[in-house]
Each structure stands twice: as structure tokens, then as C-alpha cells.
Design a binder for this molecule. Structure first.
Ligand code: ZN
Length: 252
């Protein structure tokens, strides 16, 4: 049996996943038409609320053109250290158990697959990049819960992912709010030069929280599209499946 030297298709030297969190309206209005225009597919981590059957309709349309609509919990819990959690009197991750977070993940996944049954299993986007419940002596990682229910998990880290060693259920990504186009292109090229998989995390485009400017995102998308022969751009779940097979073959 021949051994695969990399998990990337054909002549590609590395991979890029573009991820967009929280279902910000500018993602539907600006990012998805832009990606479609360049023939690129991305991952969108949404929180399916009580009106999810209506809320997810436009996301279903995106999924049917190849984008991944991923799990980001129902209620977006984060550390109580964030004012948007504590000031609103919301329950923080410090006050949750592994069962609590598992219910969030199961229910969000159930709602997404009810409306978008075509896409199959998806990846998970850690809310606020945080993979824990509890605090101090009772703090626990919930990465094993994500590994049980999702094909991969996107967290946060300082480097692109090494396909040989990365933990598929806590992948590193780079927060990209307010980055210039040249910086985004540079980060992508740096990862490709190293044969790695970079994941970029976006929120709003032009407006919404933690936004990136449309012109800067366009510069990145144009570059990825122009260089698709050597840069593999795909949703997190798609790349994770390839990296998973590659890692299994290394072990075997
Ligand atoms: Zn989020």
C-alpha cells in the first residue's frame, strides 16, 4: 500500500479553512456571495435559536452550495469573565457541568441536522474559543464531549495546524478581526510554505462585532481563488476528514 505524503489533494501544499462565527447577518449579505463568486467554500458556526426552523433557512441555502453550517451551541455560553455573560446575568462556563455543555452541543446539532439533513456530521466551533467547564479545582476540558459528537473542533492557537500532530477536536485558529488583506494573505502563504493547515476565524464583515473590512476579505479570497492549484481551501469538516485519515495511516 502506498503511503500518502500529505493529506492535501493533488498538487496542493497546504490547506486553509475560513470560519465565520455567530451567524452575523453580514455573513449572509456579504461573505457568502463573495465566497460563491470566487468558488470557495467556508464554515459558518451558528447558534440555532428557538426559531431555528426559520432562522436556518438562508443557512440551508448556503449549505446546499457547499458551505458547512457548523455547531456553535444553542445559547453561546462563555466565561463569566466576559461582560456580555456576567452583565446579562447569564450562566458562565465556570457554572456549567460536562452534562450541561453536552446538552447544548447535542441540541444545536439536532436543530441544524433537522433543517439541513443533507450535510451530515459537522465540526464544532468553541464559543469564545474556550474548551472548559468549571473553575479552579473543578475545571474540566470538554474536548472529549466534542470528540464524541462532532467530526472536529475549532479552537484558537498561535500557529497553523500540523497535519501529523494536531488534535482534530481542538484545532488552532487565528482570530482575524481588523486584519488587513496583506496580513491575511501573508498568514495563508506562511502556512502553505510550511505544509500546514491554517484556520482563520471571522465574525462580522464591515459591520457586526469583531469585524473585518470587506475589501480585506476580498483580497484574501481573490488570492486563495487565484492559487487554488497549490492552496486547498475547504470547510473545516472536509479538511478534518482528510487529516483524520492521514493521521490514522501514520499510526497504522
Ligand atoms: Zn461565537
Amino acid at each position: 500500500m502506498s503511503t500518502q505524503l500529505s493529506p492535501w489533494p493533488a498538487a496542493c501544499q497546504g490547506a486553509i479553512a475560513l470560519t465565520f462565527d455567530d451567524g452575523v447577518p453580514s455573513q449572509l449579505n456579504i461573505a457568502i456571495p463573495m465566497l460563491d463568486n470566487y468558488g470557495l467554500q467556508a464554515t459558518f458556526y451558528v447558534n440555532p435559536h428557538d426559531n431555528y426552523q426559520e432562522q436556518l433557512i438562508p443557512w440551508r441555502a448556503a449549505a446546499l452550495t457547499g458551505h458547512e453550517i457548523g455547531n456553535h451551541t444553542v445559547s453561546h455560553p462563555c466565561s463569566k469573565n466576559f461582560a456580555f455573560i456576567s452583565d446579562a446575568g447569564r450562566r458562565g462556563l465556570e457554572e456549567m457541568s460536562l452534562d450541561d455543555i453536552e446538552q447544548e452541543i447535542i441540541e444545536a446539532g439536532r436543530r441544524i441536522s433537522e433543517v439541513i439533513p443533507e450535510q451530515g456530521s459537522t465540526s464544532y466551533g468553541y464559543t469564545c474559543y474556550q474548551p472548559f467547564v468549571g473553575r479552579g479545582p473543578t475545571r474540566q476540558s470538554y474536548v472529549p464531549v466534542v470528540a464524541k459528537h462532532c467530526v472536529a473542533g475549532r479552537g484558537r492557537g498561535e500557529r497553523p495546524n500540523d497535519p501529523r500532530y494536531c488534535d482534530l477536536w481542538y484545532l488552532w485558529s487565528t482570530p482575524c478581526e481588523r486584519m488587513a488583506g496583506a496580513e491575511l494573505v501573508g498568514l495563508a502563504e506562511q502556512a502553505i510554505a510550511q505544509g500546514r493547515w491554517a484556520i482563520f476565524t471571522f465574525h462580522g464583515v464591515n459591520d457586526g462585532h469583531l469585524h473585518v473590512a470587506e475589501g480585506d476579505l476580498t483580497e484574501l479570497c481573490a488570492h486563495l481563488a487565484r492559487n487554488r492549484e497549490r492552496i486547498w481551501t475547504a470547510p473545516v469538516a472536509t479538511i478534518a476528514k482528510q487529516v483524520g485519515s492521514f493521521q490514522a495511516q501514520m499510526v497504522g
